[in-house]
Design a protein around this ligand. Sequence first.
Ligand SMILES: [Zn+2]
Length: 270
Amino acid sequence: MAHRSREHLSVPLISLARESRRACTIGVRGFLSQRRQTLKQQPDQQAGFPPPAARRRLPIAATLLLLLGSAPVVLADGAGVKIPIADGFDFPVGKPEGTGYYIARGVRLTPPVHFGEDWNGKGGGDTDLGDPVYATGDGIVSWAYDVHVGWGNVVMIRHAYRDPSTGELKFCDSLYGHLNEIKVKVGQIVKRGDQIGTIGTNHGMYPAHLHFEIRNNINIGMQRESVNRDYANWAVPSDFIKKYRRLNREWGKAMAPTGTYQDYQGFKGL
Ligand SMILES: [Zn+2]
């Protein structure tokens, strides 16, 4: 059953600005109290807190925090999380066009099933081992764990995008399997083209390649057997990318559902 995406969205700019200002204030306060804590722990600290040098540095640090927009993503229990709306999708290797790579094995939803595309370097063998793997589009990391078995290191990213043919806001998940390294954490906001890991072998189980899926159904997580094998649930990744290659930039954010995956091997998704 496909997830029904709902239109939660379109926060006016003013309220976004207000919110990010509020979040930044919390961030700065947190920073200041951490800073005080650190200073308190210094055994040789003189009376007269904070020392003049620290007092001078604090506003600079606070300004930097504001400029960097380091406000953390706030997760309200199961209610969802605000994420950027994707302005298009790129290929996950050889960015942005997939240059230097090919699809060694495509999607097949009848036995023997393969729910994604296997991307290999044109050099063959393990020449692509350790090559960078990129986020296919803007989104939030919804899974980033080594679950071993046939998967190894798996990253999933939840994306919001607007289908230009209907204007409907939709959600999908991209999945990157058998990674050699994971370079992101659950809850992290990523931009299209950000490196999220490297191509791997699943601990030597396969020749190096990227197993790449796009799911229209955002409830699947690690439970692929729990849903029908059809294109309501799965997309052909390269077709999806070509179809939504470039989308209009939107300044509003989307409220992406959280808590949609079942726990797996003791790990919990977004
Ligand atoms: Zn595969």
